[in-house]
Design a protein around this ligand. Structure first.
Ligand code: UDP
Length: 141
């Protein structure tokens, strides 16, 4: 498997629940390294731009409102097969369908407020990382 990077966001619901550290621990125990990190309160424009791929979906406006409802923690995770590994650690989009022991099963309340975002492909990961981080803000090691 290749060494990859993926973009992760701890969403406003999980930040409000004070579980940033617990979620970081899942990443680290899962073999992923946090190589970049910033807390941010997204503007509407930033959230709309980030989720532009979903702009035609019925849940788009609600998703943007949710993502700007409070600060988020944004990180780049690095490791072997990081994109898929992070998706495994996150669990299914709908926490009711998420496997036991996954981040969403343990910390998400609903399909809308579902605790974390993770890139779904290496290609999207590169785009999403560049959306939030300059190359000088990423520290591989
Ligand atoms: N979402 C939602 N309602 C839905 C489907 C998705 O609010 O019916 C939100 C949810 O926060 C999800 C995000 O839109 O995480 C992006 O959806 P996607 O299908 O890409 O899921 P993910 O990749 O986050 O698992």
């Amino acid at each position: 498997m290749a060494l990859e990077r993926t973009l992760s966001i701890i969403k406003p619901d999980a930040v409000a629940k004070n579980v940033i550290g617990e979620i970081y621990s899942r990443f680290e125990k899962g073999g992923l390294k946090v190589v970049a990190s910033k807390m941010k309160h997204l503007s509407r424009k930033e959230a709309e731009g980030f989720y532009a791929v979903h702009s035609e979906r019925p849940f788009f406006n609600a998703l943007v409102e949710f993502m700007i409802s409070g600060p988020v923690m944004i990180q780049v995770l690095e490791g072997e097969g990081a994109v898929l590994k992070n998706r495994e650690l996150m669990g299914a989009t709908n926490p009711k369908e998420a496997a036991a022991g996954t981040i969403r099963a343990d910390f998400a309340d609903s399909i809308d407020a579902n605790a974390v975002h993770g890139s779904d492909s290496a290609e999207n990961a590169a785009i999403e990382i560049a959306y939030f981080f300059a190359s000088t803000e990423v520290f591989p090691r």
